[in-house]
Design a protein around this ligand. Structure first.
Ligand SMILES: [Zn+2]
Ligand SMILES: [Zn+2]
Length: 54
């Protein structure tokens, strides 16, 4: 399982699906849950990993 936007490999399909939920289909670095826009894949990945979305 590979995120083409963040260039991250996931070993678990469930984790991958949860991660992909954050990507906006039209603007991949725009977080769909909180609206934050990241400048690149690494920034986006860190945001998703560190920010508590409820
Ligand atoms: Zn991603
Ligand atoms: Zn977010």
């Amino acid at each position: 399982y590979h995120c083409p936007h963040c260039k991250i490999i996931f070993g678990d399909s469930r984790v991958y699906e949860i991660h992909m939920e954050f990507h906006d289909p039209t603007d991949p670095f725009h977080c769909r849950l909180c609206g934050r826009v990241s400048k690149d894949g690494r920034d986006f990945f860190l945001h998703v990993a560190q920010f508590a979305h409820k």
